[in-house]
Ligand binder design. Structure first.
Ligand code: TPP
Ligand code: MG
Length: 675
């Protein structure tokens, strides 16, 4: 069991001396006061982990608040994001420009960077957005991979740092933890050190309500080093951290703590997890902790000691900058860390070759083909797949695997860990210096979805390569055939869902994904072969989200809007309509979000706002029709699949579900009264 809170000492001067305990109490006081002021938040976790965090930030973590982006800083991830006041207090106390004490006073209020949970885009020093339990931990695995990979590329002089995580019982209980721990142990990520807030409490009460797992045994079995300590004893925490650093395996540091440490009646109970302590409890905690200062006041000596601790990294950073200044690969290192593509990056030669010799290939194969010049020109790409390498076509010939023995490899065998892979890719992207891409089947985007959402929320450049994007995958049947997935992904804000129709569009979409620095992209690619429909590649037409692939010859009466593999069908329908004297445009729409971002004039030109009596709009996509009203309008025609697929060869399925020109054309003619 943890020790009881220290008794208040007698003299006020001694009470507020800048001892290590008092440094931790500054965190506790800010957490109590901010949650009380907001009347919302989680005081228990910061109070329990204040000692361990104080040890980490004053004695171990390599950082410099005056240069938060220093490339070789240690990465700190507060995976237990509900304890956000812990990191806000630490950033404030160690001297980051923000959050100010005003920001902390406004914890959880509109406009304050001290959001309910830590957001990477709100404050320097927050490496990744956390809150969905388990994902911070899994992202940290990606950061630790990035560190070793860049170390292999640039050497110890430029890349030599650690990744630290504070995780709670919840982070360790979530399923994704199994994936993250398995991957980190397998890759022997020795610079990954996880401090587990082992307080045996979650929201519902004691962890014994719901688990009897031997967590240290699980970690040990996965190739981790495990060390236990008294999380309320700073010397003991330091001993454990020393041991963790010395061990070549990733480390779990089990910090036995008391949630809400210092609170007279709520400490050790779930009552301190997620609600304000209340005035009486806070007064009792102040007394028990010997904290005499008023709310939001940090006594000068303690503030000065924290500032001193925050300054210890500055000379280390300056020495590093000296090394960088004299390094022969400085420009390349800086380019990669800034996330800039090389100035001469171009896929023009690839496009020219495709135009010279059109290829009828699956878009997954077209993706593999364009990855060759991409990977050759961009040393920062780091590919992978969740055990579907041969199906996702994500590995190019020149890519060697990244292994525990050779981190320079540029291909990661993630194993059957879609969620773990996606969360790790967030960490890779946020670490910087690499552009991660990873594959699985589109239907399993469901397994990756919470991480895809976080890529989008935290603006991470991750490229999802999701193949077998419809019933066109054929015989594997309804469990493997996406129906609602494209639409379900399109509704995620700031995710660019790209569904190219041929090899040219696939090349264009890859260029867009790589150039997009403000968020993730997802390529939906076919298993089956598709003809090359595009005859030109002067301008990246996919960049507009949608464009007229073919204009009506006869007077335009119909606009066919299709994506990916269904563009070929739309072209065949257009042929049939034209043969019947009905003019039909074919619009290829690889990206909804890019089209929606076009100026009104462009959107109107492509999809004129006229009555369906004049122009009927028809969508064709081998997935749910729900949502296509956005472009067909209510009176338009939506051709798709609103039920589960079936097991059969692809051609038979397209016919069965009515997705052939022979079956669609009469429906269109009927809709315009020409049947
Ligand atoms: C994926 C996910 N599920 C549920 C929650 C809601 N939630 C926030 S904290 C928490 C309990 C976590 O327990 P623990 O990690 O032990 O934190 P402690 O109570 O010790 O601070 C839960 C269920 C969440 N944030 N994320
Ligand atoms: Mg807990």
């Amino acid at each position: 069991m943890s020790r009881a809170p220290a008794r208040p000492a007698e003299s006020p001067a001694r009470i507020m001396a800048a001892t290590p305990d008092m440094l931790a109490n500054a965190i506790r006081a800010l957490a109590m006061d901010a949650v009380e002021a907001a009347n919302s938040g989680h005081p228990g976790m910061p109070m329990g982990m204040a000692d361990a965090a104080t040890v980490l930030f004053t004695r171990y973590l390599k950082f410099d608040p005056s240069d938060p982006h220093w490339a070789d800083r240690d990465r700190f991830v507060l995976s237990a994001g509900h304890g956000s006041m812990l990191i806000y207090a630490l950033l404030h106390l160690t001297g980051y420009a923000r959050p100010t004490i005003e920001d902390i006073r406004n914890f959880r209020q509109l406009g304050s960077p001290c959001a309910g949970h830590p957001e990477n885009f709100e404050l320097e020093g927050i490496e990744t957005t956390t809150g969905p339990l388990g994902q911070g931990f899994a992202a940290a695995v990606g950061m630790a991979i990035a560190e070793r990979h860049l170390n292999a590329a640039f050497g110890d002089a430029l890349v030599d740092h650690r990744t630290w995580v504070v995780a709670g019982d919840g982070c360790l209980m979530e399923g994704i933890n199994h994936e993250a721990v398995g991957l980190a142990g397998h890759l022997r990520l020795g610079r990954l050190n996880v401090l587990w807030d082992d307080n045996r409490i979650t929201i519902d009460g004691a962890t014994s309500l719901s688990t009897s797992e031997d967590i240290p045994a699980r970690y040990a079995a996965s190739g981790w080093h495990v060390v236990r300590c008294d999380g309320q004893d700073q010397a003991d925490v330091a001993r454990a951290l020393d041991e963790a650093i010395a061990d070549p395996r990733p480390s779990l540091i089990a910090c036995r703590t008391t949630i809400g440490y210092g609170a007279p009646t709520k400490a050790g109970t779930h009552g301190s997890h997620g609600s304000p302590l209340g005035a009486a409890e806070i007064a009792g905690a102040r007394e028990a902790l010997g904290w005499a200062a008023a709310p939001f006041v940090i006594p000068d000596d303690i503030a000065a000691e924290w500032a001193r601790a925050g300054a210890h990294g500055k000379p280390v950073r300056e020495a590093w900058q000296q090394r960088l200044a004299g390094h022969d690969r400085r420009a390349e290192f800086e380019r990669r860390m800034a996330g800039r593509l090389p100035a001469n990056f171009s896929l023009k030669a690839h496009l020219d070759a495709l135009l010279a010799e059109p290829k009828a290939v699956a878009t997954r194969k077209a993706s593999e083909d364009v990855l060759a010049p991409i990977n050759a020109q961009l040393p920062e790409t780091l590919g992978g797949s969740a055990d579907l390498t041969g199906s996702n076509n994500t590995k190019t010939k020149d890519q060697a695997p990244l292994t525990r023995d050779d981190y320079s490899g540029r291909y990661i065998y993630y194993g059957i860990r879609e969620f773990g892979m996606s969360a790790a890719m967030n960490g890779l992207a946020l670490h910087g210096g690499v552009i991660p891409y990873g594959g699985t089947f589109l239907v399993f985007s469901d397994y990756a979805r919470p991480a895809i959402r976080l890529s989008a929320l935290q603006r991470a450049r991750v490229v999802y390569v999701m193949t077998h994007d419809s019933i066109g995958l054929g015989e594997d049947g309804p469990t493997h055939q996406p129906i609602e997935h494209l639409m379900a992904l399109r509704v995620i804000p700031n995710l660019d869902v790209l569904r190219p129709a041929d090899a040219i569009e696939t090349t264009e979409c890859w260029a867009l994904a790589l150039e997009r620095t403000e968020g993730p992209s997802l390529l939906a690619l076919t298993r089956q072969n598709l003809p090359q429909l595009r005859k030109d590649a002067g301008e990246n037409l996919s960049a507009k989200g949608a464009y007229r692939l073919r204009a009506a010859t006869a007077a335009r009466r119909v606009i066919l809007i299709a994506t990916g593999s269904e563009v070929e069908i739309a072209v065949a329908v257009a042929d049939a309509l034209e043969a019947a004297g009905v003019g039909a445009d074919v619009v290829s729409m690889p990206s909804w979000s890019r089209f929606d971002a076009q100026p009104q004039s462009y959107r109107d030109e492509l999809l004129p706002d006229v009555s369906p009596q004049d122009i009927l709009r028809v969508s064709i996509e081998a997935g749910t029709t729900m949502g296509w009203e956005r472009y067909t309008m209510a009176h338009g025609l939506r051709i798709g699949i609103d039920e589960y697929g079936a097991s059969a060869p692809a051609k038979a399925l397209y016919d069965h579900f009515g997705l052939t020109a022979a079956k669609i054309t009469p429906r269109v003619l009927a809709a315009i009264g020409k049947a």
